[in-house]
Design a protein around this ligand. Structure first.
Ligand code: C5P
Length: 306
């Protein structure tokens, strides 16, 4: 882990994620669902800058598209992350001001809030010179939320448990995505509740072998064919217009399509960058979503960039 010997600000860049596969088991007594999740970090980034301020204080500001939809008080997961790390340390560190520059869609199923929390852990750990490793930070991250550890490691990983226990996966090649961003947001707990109500549990939970083979071979056609999300039916049930978005991409040559995580962002895998450009132009003209973005993956996890 990089350490800057400084009481100045620390800036961290952190990627969003797509779940290439999300297999969801039946609700457990602890209120969570056992998962198998194949995460890929993709090239849409938030930037988190922490600046030391008066001891005991943690403040936040958010800029970028959709910034007004993100709370800056104690409900913000990044604020919780800074407090959580401070409590974990033997000596009381400085306070911090957290400036978040958001590009990852808010409440879009790409773990934007979790990415900001992960970046804040790394930035504060660097600022406070804690000496904690990425592994230590990932353990703290898991207590903040199931999706918080992954942005620290990035790349491609298999998540089990609540999705927080990670093992890196073998993957070759670059995957080109087109992302259809939705007007609405979907609350993750609400999507899980709808999943429960629909009663479509797919057990036993297995690591999706065809998908993993496709990734290991660097074969986007095979990967596209085996993209799968058990939460998709629940997300589409809650936002039926997502069906039109999924169909529009399939009709225009995507190798595969799925709702990312709990949605409502829809991700289309394409054969190469050129096809991704064509598809993004076609989808923009279609008027079925709020905005279209391109991204590629896998990319590395959170990094100190200044
Ligand atoms: O872990 P996190 O706080 O991000 O989870 C948000 C909510 O999503 C949980 O309160 C739970 O309702 C649901 N969830 C779940 N099973 C998981 C992960 C999340 O039911 N494995």
């Amino acid at each position: 882990m990089t350490h800057v010997a400084s009481s100045e600000q620390v800036r961290v860049r952190v990627p969003g994620k797509i779940n290439l596969a999300l297999r969801v088991g039946a609700l457990a007594p602890d209120g969570y669902h056992p998962l198998i999740s194949i995460f890929q970090a993709v090239s849409i980034y938030d930037e988190v800058t922490v600046t030391p301020i008066r001891r005991g204080r943690v403040t936040a500001e958010v800029s970028g598209p959709q910034a007004s939809r993100v709370p800056t008080d104690g409900r913000n997961l990044a604020v919780k992350a800074a407090r959580h790390l401070a409590e974990h340390l033997e000596q009381v560190p400085t306070g911090v001001h957290i400036a978040i520059r958001k590009e990852i869609p808010v409440a879009g199923g790409m773990a934007g809030g979790s990415a900001d929390a992960a970046a804040t852990l790394l930035a504060c750990s660097t600022l406070w010179q804690t000496g904690l490793t990425i592994h230590d930070l990932a353990q703290l991250a898991a207590t903040l939320g199931s999706d918080v550890p992954f942005p620290l490691v990035g790349g491609i990983a298999v998540g089990t448990g609540r999705g927080d226990k990670l093992v890196p996966a073998l993957s070759r090649g670059v995957y080109h995505w087109v992302l259809a961003l939705s007007d609405g947001e979907l609350s993750t707990p609400a999507v899980y509740r709808r999943f429960d109500a629909l009663g479509a549990v797919n057990e036993p939970l297995d690591v999706p072998a065809e998908l993993m083979n496709g990734l290991a071979a660097g074969d986007p056609v095979q990967v596209g064919r085996h993209l799968a999300n058990d939460l998709q039916a629940a997300a589409v049930d809650m936002q039926p217009q997502l069906r039109r978005v999924l169909d529009a991409g399939a009709e225009r040559g995507a190798l595969g399509a799925l709702v990312s995580g709990s949605g409502p962002t829809v991700a289309f895998l394409t054969a190469d960058e050129e096809t991704a450009i064509d598809l993004s132009v076609a989808l923009s003209g279609e008027g079925v979503c709020r905005a279209v973005r391109r991204a590629s993956g896998p990319v590395p996890g959170a990094r100190v960039i200044g």
